[in-house]
Write a protein that binds this ligand. Structure first.
Ligand SMILES: CC(C)(COP(=O)(O)OP(=O)(O)OC[C@H]1O[C@@H](n2cnc3c(N)ncnc32)[C@H](O)[C@@H]1OP(=O)(O)O)[C@@H](O)C(=O)NCCC(=O)NCCS
Length: 183
């Protein structure tokens, strides 16, 4: 099973069904903050919904078509980072992520992305990673900018949040641009 140390405080591994109660509890604690940016929050009504999400992620992982990873910080379940699917023709994927409200501001997502990007470009052979960010999501935008992704354009009303269509900005990193940085 996939497991990576990000640093001495943070680790990621593939989500397993046994993680469902912790994942649900974290969503439940952070609903008002997460629902500003993520469409799944209100439909995550109970642990069973989370269990199905984890099962789908495991199926995608087994089929080489994406994965959902849990993030642990100082031993506590802190959030999720996932590859929604993989286009193996283009060797390209889109990454999504979130962490619990009180885990923000410790560099967890920046450092997790560095570890995952290194794995996906060096070991997994991907050529392109995309991250989509709502223009008003300044924390996520700061993160993708810190990681060095390039802004590629705005997708009009590509996301529905809280019954409203919202734009998303597409950012991307290519393997050749990541690997020369050697981080
Ligand atoms: C966006 C989100 C994932 C950012 O998580 P995060 O772990 O706080 O993000 P980062 O790793 O980029 O942390 C950076 C912050 O930690 C600080 N930090 C502390 N130690 C650090 C370290 N060792 N390395 C890097 N940054 C560090 C930085 O200074 C920065 O602080 P600032 O935000 O006040 O400038 C989080 O806010 C979130 O889950 N939001 C809701 C869901 C969401 O928006 N998901 C993304 C949809 S596109």
């Amino acid at each position: 099973m996939f497991f990576k140390l990000v640093n001495h405080e943070t680790q990621i591994r593939i989500l397993e069904e046994r993680d469902a109660p912790e994942l649900f509890a974290l969503v439940d604690q952070s609903r008002s903050y997460l629902r500003q940016w993520l469409p799944f929050v209100d439909s995550t009504e109970n642990v069973e919904v989370v269990r199905k999400f984890i099962q789908t992620g495991l199926q995608r992982y087994a089929a080489n078509n994406g994965a959902e990873f849990g993030i642990w910080y100082q031993g506590a379940f802190a959030g999720v980072i996932g590859l929604q699917s993989i286009d193996w023709e283009a060797r390209s994927t889109t990454i999504g992520y979130w962490i619990g409200e009180h885990f923000q501001g410790n560099g967890i997502m920046t450092n997790t992305c560095i570890t995952l990007f290194n794995f996906l470009f060096r070991d997994y052979g991907l050529n392109r990673i995309e991250i989509e960010v709502a223009p008003q999501n300044l924390k996520s935008k700061a993160g993708v900018t810190r990681l060095g992704l390039s802004f590629e354009g705005r997708k009009k009303e590509a996301l529905r949040l809280d019954d409203q269509y919202v734009d998303v900005d597409a950012y991307a990193m290519l393997s050749k641009d990541w690997l020369v940085r050697d981080i």
